[in-house]
Design a binder for this molecule. Structure first.
Ligand code: MN
Ligand code: MN
Length: 470
């Protein structure tokens, strides 16, 4: 009741920020978010960048996207895509305004921390066969033992054919694991620092223990495993030399919490942003500005390589696209705005000392816009300008999408970067946006369904906003 409001209460309402849980408005949002997240769970079943590209292209085609044709001038409303080596993907919807007015981009990475196979992975020890791995990205190695793992990837054979591998995801498939020491004998292990409890060379995947029945051969278990792989895929041991294989958690993406308010899955960093951007891209109908949605690879290892964001593939594609209009990429890019879509760390009360509570993000407060990431004295960060923050803020407020700001934890506690710094190098305005995640980079990551849905709403609002940058 307004008449009961004190002067101070009134002033506080006018002047101060009051962070709010998006669930306070009622259960409708969770219902909508749950429906949206059914599509997200299906997307999460694609656990490598290659699987994401393979999954997305048929959906793009169903939605009227065609493969990019060099030199073609696309008209308003047309949708197209460009596939970079089956590992990175660019999707576009041409806007009503001239291409010269700039693009609206959202870029997300589709690689996640995992265990890559070494080039010569298969060996036998103590009459058991193993695959040797080399971990990919930032992991706590001890988290990867004694959990079910599945195998994914491709093998290129000398005859030129490519074999796709996927074992452990289908009902009835065998699973794999890395073993750990029993507590009874772990007195020395338990005294080690966490980084050394399990070391890189102990991340060996148990493949089998049944020997090939032949007195005359040695390493019978290894031979038996190789013979089974030969039967299934037609490969020999040397084919591992030209392969990209990895092990990832075999968990299925599922609802978590009694209230089913969360998603628990492997690879939500950064499939959550990739899916939200993908859904927004598909739903972008006749936008004013041309949209560009990008899936990129290699973010977890520094964005190097020709499918990572330090590569010029996006810039070169844009150059090719705008040249049909007699424009140059750099002139269009300087008028463009990019959302670097990546996750942030949600405040976790079990590790409260890692977070500065006024400036970190919380589950259920909507997507988190991060002005900067990096570490130490703001090293290695894009650090969005006040104008760029103002631009995205106005779009979100106008579209009534709840959102929050967030840094990655306390100053001097560590840190981490995103691809924003590599995008802004092309002289376009860039800002980070994503959802808060609990247990980021763990084999099982947790997000709030409402945040996932609101990230989609935020990216869609950004794509569809007619507001021009000053
Ligand atoms: Mn990420
Ligand atoms: Mn990451």
């Amino acid at each position: 009741m307004a008449e009961d409001e004190s002067k101070g209460q009134k002033l506080a309402k006018e002047l101060l920020m009051k962070p709010k849980n998006v669930g306070e408005a009622g259960p409708e949002l969770l219902q909508k978010a749950s429906e949206f997240c059914e599509g997200y769970k299906a997307f999460l079943c694609n656990k490598t960048e290659r699987e994401v590209v393979d999954y997305s292209i048929p959906i793009l085609k169903e939605h009227g996207y065609t493969e990019f044709e060099m030199g073609r001038k696309y008209g308003p409303g047309e949708k197209l895509y460009y596939n970079n080596r089956g590992k990175a993907l660019i999707m576009m919807t041409v806007g009503k305004r001239s291409v010269a007015d700039g693009f609206r981009l959202a870029v997300a990475h589709t690689d996640s921390p995992r265990l890559d196979f070494k080039p010569n992975p298969l060996y036998e020890d103590t009459e058991m066969a193993y695959f040797k791995t080399h971990y990919y990205g930032g992991i706590k190695k001890y988290q990867w033992t004694t959990i079910p793992l599945s195998l994914h990837g491709v093998i290129k054979k000398v005859d030129g054919t490519t074999v796709k591998v996927n074992i452990g995801e289908e009902e009835g498939d065998p699973l794999f694991c890395i073993t750990d020491l029993l507590p009874h004998l772990a007195r020395n292990q338990m005294e080690k620092p966490a980084a050394k409890v399990i070391e890189g060379e102990q991340l060996n995947i148990l493949m089998g223990c049944w020997p090939f029945a032949d007195e005359k051969v040695s390493e019978k278990v290894k031979l038996n495993i190789m013979s089974m792989l030969n039967e299934k895929y037609g490969i020999v041991e040397s084919d591992f030399l030209s392969a990209e294989l990895c092990a990832v958690p075999a968990y299925k993406p599922q609802d978590y919490g009694l209230d089913r308010s969360m998603i628990g899955a492997y690879g939500q960093d950064d499939s959550v942003s990739a899916y939200a951007a993908f859904a927004a891209e598909l739903d972008a109908k006749d936008p004013d500005f041309t949209t560009i949605t990008v899936f990129t690879d290699k973010e977890e290892t520094g964005s190097d390589g020709n499918t990572g964001m330090q590569s010029l593939f996006l810039k070169d594609f844009i150059e090719d696209f705008v040249s049909a209009y007699g424009l140059s990429a750099r002139h269009v890019l300087m008028k463009s705005v990019c959302l670097s879509a990546d996750v942030n760390a949600a405040v976790d009360p079990a590790f409260g000392e890692a977070f500065e509570r006024n400036n970190c993000s919380y589950l259920n407060r909507g997507p988190v816009v991060s002005k900067y990431t990096g570490s130490g004295g703001k090293y290695s960060t894009n650090d969005a300008s006040a104008e760029t923050m103002g631009f995205i803020r106005t779009i979100l407020e106008k579209a009534e999408v709840p959102w929050q700001v967030g840094e990655l934890g306390r100053v001097d506690n560590g840190g981490g970067g995103t691809i924003a710094a590599y995008i802004s190098t092309h002289n376009l305005d860039t800002v980070d946006i994503g959802v808060p995640v609990l247990s980021m980079h763990a084999p099982l990551e947790i997000t709030s369904k409402a945040d996932v849905y609101l990230l989609y709403k935020a990216i869609l609002a950004f794509y569809m906003s007619p507001m021009a940058k000053e």
